[in-house]
Design a protein around this ligand. Structure first.
Ligand code: GCO
Length: 463
């Protein structure tokens, strides 16, 4: 280390880990009685997935999980966040449990614990059983109750070994991309459907939360929300107003009701929502205290009256066109702490798809851009901790290159490359960097920091 290096040390109990989700890595689409999910069906619809791919094999993780856990252990991960596939556990959505499906998670959890890695399961990361979609999906008030029953079945088997239960991953994406824009399964395109789905998702969180509290009282209750720091393109009233609506929709719609503030009223009015789905007792269930808020954050967005402002040539961006802007995550963490004061917070996803087109002599990908992304976001987490924000850990998205939903296998988010022909896993240089950071419980900042763009408009999280 040269004398100009600045080493950032993290708190002793800081959790370093990685995240994945069932549909994106598992494969084994119909193995051992697994039923189809809405994503199995969506992938088969013409034009929905950019490269026409699907999740049938993906990273073949159901077959290769032992090797995968060994790799996690080699990297030194403290925690591994994965999701449980509802149609693998309950192919018909309700009722009978598919024992071999649940057995898989039982073995995975034991393998992780045996390797000293904390398992962090998420109960729902978007793969709804197709049979439930045929009964209305998240537009039906029955689905949250079915979710609570499915939660109970999983708790019955794994409850003795799990310290933190996460109910949902990113209800915003489910409601908005699944029901409003139609980019994701089940592909509806109705604002009204999005609002209905959003409330039913929150109700599902509340009902499952109740089961978790009563059946696994020693465990912690968590939810994972995604946030996209938002700035108006200019100071004009029109841009400001447009950005406020997006900020409420993307950043406040779920965290507000969880913290007892109800849905953002002005934005509900903007959408013409009459709250007809909200029944007595729902908001109390939704606002029951959580123990941990999981935060997914990838990029900043600039919003003008005509919508999102595209990146100019001066903007550092990833291969999906998302701006790389670490300072925004620092603002986000301080804003959440100030506005909502959660007991504990964790980055449950952060990472980036990069070109991955440079290889070293040994064939491994040299991804300095991804290292810079992860390092500079972790730097922001470190500063937030110094300012008193209760950040307990950081999970990189993702451990592996995997199925990136409507984008197919094009974008590569992994710190580990997956060769889909051979299923060989090859750690990229970022995996080596991350592993070294875990071992040292910190890392050095470069002498010449990357220069990111400044503020465009007033960041709505500063107010
Ligand atoms: C999400 C999901 C992940 C994605 C990742 C990159 O945040 O959208 O949780 O499944 O793959 O975020 O888009």
């Amino acid at each position: 280390m040269s004398s100009t290096d600045q080493f950032l040390s993290f708190p002793d109990n800081f959790t370093w880990g990685a995240a994945t989700s069932s549909f994106q890595i598992e494969g084994a689409a119909d193995l051992d009685g697994k039923g189809p999910s809405i994503w199995d069906v969506f992938c088969r619809q013409e034009g929905k997935i950019k490269d026409g791919s699907n999740g049938d094999i993906a990273c073949d993780h159901v077959r290769l999980y032992r090797e995968d856990v060994a790799l996690m252990s080699k990297l030194g991960l403290d925690a591994y966040r994965f999701s449980i596939s509802w149609p693998r556990v309950m192919p018909t959505g309700t009722g009978a449990v598919n024992a071999p499906g649940l057995d898989f998670y039982d073995r995975l959890v034991d393998e992780l614990l045996g390797a000293g890695i904390t398992p962090m399961p998420t109960l729902y990361h978007w793969d709804l059983p197709q049979v439930l979609a045929e009964q209305g999906g998240w537009l039906s008030r029955d689905i949250p109750y079915a979710f609570a029953d499915y939660t109970e079945a999983v708790l019955d088997r794994l409850g003795d070994r799990i310290g933190t239960w996460t109910t949902l991953n990113e209800p915003y994406v489910i409601a908005n991309l699944g029901y409003v824009t139609g980019e994701m399964a089940p592909g509806h395109t109705s604002q009204a459907d999005g609002l209905t789905a959003s409330h039913h998702l929150m109700l599902a969180h509340g009902l499952a939360g109740e089961r978790i509290r009563s059946l696994a009282p020693d465990s912690r209750l968590a939810i994972v929300l995604n946030f996209t720091p938002t700035e108006p393109a200019t100071d004009s009233a029109e841009d400001h107003q447009a950005a406020e609506v997006i900020h409420d929709t993307d950043n406040r719609w779920y965290i507000d009701p969880i913290h007892g503030k109800g849905y953002p009223a002005e934005t509900a009015e903007h959408y013409g929502w009459d709250y007809s789905e909200v029944q007595d007792g729902d908001m109390e269930l939704i606002s029951q205290p959580i123990d941990l808020l999981g935060i997914n954050c990838y990029f900043r967005q600039i919003i003008g009256a005509d919508g999102a402002v595209p990146n100019g040539p001066d903007v550092i961006q990833n291969t999906m066109g998302w701006e790389v802007h670490p300072p925004s995550i620092g603002k986000l963490l301080r804003w959440i702490h100030r506005e909502y004061n959660p007991k504990s917070m964790m980055i449950t996803e952060n990472g980036c798809p990069m070109p991955d087109d440079v290889r070293g002599d040994d064939g491994h990908i040299i991804d300095h851009d991804r290292i810079a992304y992860v390092r500079d976001h972790l730097h922001q987490v470190h500063s937030a901790i110094e300012d008193g924000v209760p950040m307990e850990g950081y999970l990189v998205w993702s451990l592996f290159d995997n199925f990136e939903w409507a984008w197919g296998y094009g974008p590569t988010f992994g710190i580990v490359e997956v060769d889909y022909e051979t299923q060989e896993r090859r750690p990229k240089m970022s995996a080596d960097w991350y592993s070294a950071a875990i071992n040292a419980n910190g890392f050095s900042l470069p002498e010449t920091p990357v220069q990111y763009r400044g503020s465009i408009g007033p960041n709505l999280m500063d107010q």
